[in-house]
Design a protein around this ligand. Structure first.
Ligand code: CA
Length: 220
């Protein structure tokens, strides 16, 4: 193969999962329940969750942010990777999905590590900044409404300590970002953020083709 990248067909993806995934039963159950929902595509891929848990462990993170909770898989996988004293501040507006999330956080015994803020995420992030919590977070995961991605990125960058890491989901957006004919507002917003982070000298950067594309930006 000449190409420097490897297309993941179903059999290779299955192989990857079968030789690497160590998904706790509670996460498997949450994934199965979420798969029944019409919006199940909003859940992150399990190998992506395991990768984020590894990042959090590598960093020795204590405090993390999550923008966009849905049914709670990513908050749970991060909370399980944090020490007992760790904390996830989790932002979402949807009461129905986060009720599912909370029941699994409880089953996993991590409710004391997750501080759910049911409000528009920008309000929560601005309140944290107003309360003097800038530069106090180690890690942030952004996976919410795409048209606010730029705002979530800026707030998260302010809330992260130097050396902290922002992970941003869906940055390859099923490939639509690379198609100039795609001009719907969400594609345009993701494309604009990708371009602006590429030029942003406040961060070190890597864009990974895992799942639907994951940007890692480390605050300098
Ligand atoms: Ca996502």
């Amino acid at each position: 193969m000449n190409s420097k990248h490897l297309p993941l067909d179903d059999s290779l993806y299955h192989y990857l999962l079968s030789t690497s995934l160590r998904e706790p039963e509670v996460l498997q159950k949450l994934r199965n329940e979420t798969a029944q929902l019409p919006m199940s595509r909003m859940q992150i891929a399990p190998e992506q969750g395991q990768f984020m848990a590894l990042l959090v462990q590598l960093m020795g993170a204590q405090r993390t942010l999550e923008v966009g909770v849905f049914t709670g898989y990513s908050a749970l996988v991060v909370a399980l990777a944090l020490p007992e004293t760790g904390q996830v501040v989790a932002c979402d507006v949807d009461e129905r999905y986060t009720t599912i999330a909370q029941s699994y956080w409880q089953q996993a015994g991590v409710t004391h590590k997750i501080d759910l803020r049911l409000a528009p995420a920008l309000e929560t992030l601005d309140a944290l900044i107003a309360q003097g919590e800038s530069e106090s977070f180690d890690f942030a995961f952004i996976d919410a409404d795409k048209r606010n991605y730029h705002n979530y990125y800026e707030r998260s960058l302010q809330l992260l300590r130097p050396g902290g890491l922002i992970a941003i989901d869906n940055v390859l957006w099923s490939g639509r970002v690379a198609d100039p004919a795609e001009d719907d507002p969400r594609t345009v917003a993701i494309r604009a953020l990708n371009q602006s982070i590429h030029r942003d000298d406040r961060v070190d950067l890597s864009v990974l083709p895992i799942a639907d594309g994951l940007t890692l930006a480390r605050k300098r």
